[in-house]
Design a binder for this molecule. Sequence first.
Ligand SMILES: NC(=O)c1ccc[n+]([C@@H]2O[C@H](COP(=O)([O-])OP(=O)(O)OC[C@H]3O[C@@H](n4cnc5c(N)ncnc54)[C@H](O)[C@@H]3O)[C@@H](O)[C@H]2O)c1
Length: 435
Amino acid sequence: MKIAVIGTGYVGLVTATCLAESGNEVVGVDKDAGKIATLKSGKIPIYEPGLLELVLRNTKELRLSFGTDLAAAAKDAQLIFIAVGTPELPDGQADLSAIWAVGDLLAECMRADAVVVIKSTVSVGTNRKLMERMSAKAGRPIEVASNPEFLKEGAAIDDFMKPDRVVVGVRRPEVADKLRELYSSFLRTEHPFLVMSPESAEMTKYVANAMLATKISFINEQANLCEKLGADINDVRRGIGHDQRIGFQFLFPGPGYGGSCFPKDVKNLISIAQAAGVPVDLLRSVDQVNDRQKHVLPNKVRTHYGKDLKGKCLAVWGLAFKPRTDDVREAPALTLIEEMLKEGVQLRVHDPEAEANVRAIFGDKLTYCGRPYSTLEGADGLAIVTEWPEFRHPDFEVMRRLMRTPVIFDGRNLFEPKMVKASGFIYYAIGRLTE
Ligand SMILES: NC(=O)c1ccc[n+]([C@@H]2O[C@H](COP(=O)([O-])OP(=O)(O)OC[C@H]3O[C@@H](n4cnc5c(N)ncnc54)[C@H](O)[C@@H]3O)[C@@H](O)[C@H]2O)c1
């Protein structure tokens, strides 16, 4: 099939590449000429495990190409995926301006029988509005489907190639058939292809992210409570997880959720509900608990050093909002860094992939260390914010020699408190018994 994917960010680039990998002829389009130049030069503008190899193979085999000319890409395409960004506006709504801009251009240049597929996360009702707007502009009916994306950064290729489920929102069964055919190669293990209305598909994406965010805020709140009551959240987590109605998934306490999806999608859904006049107190709490949680780690640092924070040197391991990505959007590490800079703390930071993105925000206010151990040189403490696998089994003896004072503020509960303390460290974790 001939396919155009508009937007070559985390979602668009993975979508374009995986669709090319399954034999389609795909053009990825972006308005960012720098991104397209990078892609054309055989590099990728983001870090995503396994993606570069797939991009190179499919461009070499001429199934995948990139450009900035939307009209040229859309002219022959049978399916046109829209994967542009839908960032949060100050009032919590999704900024849909890129969706409308792309729709207006497409209405004038796409084939009469092509189907537009919205992959971006958009407010409920956007599909209908886009269909009406494009049809009016084109002077003929235009088919718009919704196909929300559930991939996780860091595991995006696997998630796209072996999805738990594919959700499509359509008005006509023929459109569902076209998309079923496209996805058939990814659903060979009988995972479901779910057909519903565009509104239900749009809502499914928000409800999925709201549920996951709720789990995180729930366990974080309980972890904070455990800490005050002398209980250990890790024991409690195991104590509840064996109940099959609860399970273990996504119930790990931490420094708050970040990324380009959960924070914005929860806020979007709150604003959607507000416009609909439906109270969503639970969602508001999920959002508030998360905002508060991002201050838990900085507060532990403050409590430990008291008034003596100015001039201290803090090492930070992990800047990306999660491991295996370079994405730092809404990352809890940014809150820690901002708060520590305000207090006059010197920061030595390290992340295997995200240092360049953090440098773009903080410039030379931080010392970028390139390696985990060099980050510790002369540090008065170490804060762990992202659970990259390489942080899990450090040599505590080496760490202690490098650091000025052996203190660890572990935002991801990576270590057994007894073992860290036996290695000579003062250890703080989230909701664990560390005394
Ligand atoms: N990142 C994720 O993990 C994830 C997962 C599921 C869904 N989503 C949703 O997918 C959408 C894209 O997210 P992302 O993380 O890939 O965003 P991103 O910011 O990484 O990429 C968006 C891309 O769209 C391009 N763009 C914007 N306006 C354009 C236009 N008019 N014409 C052509 N290109 C244009 C931008 O230059 C950018 O490269 C969002 O709605 C997001 O909520 C993201």
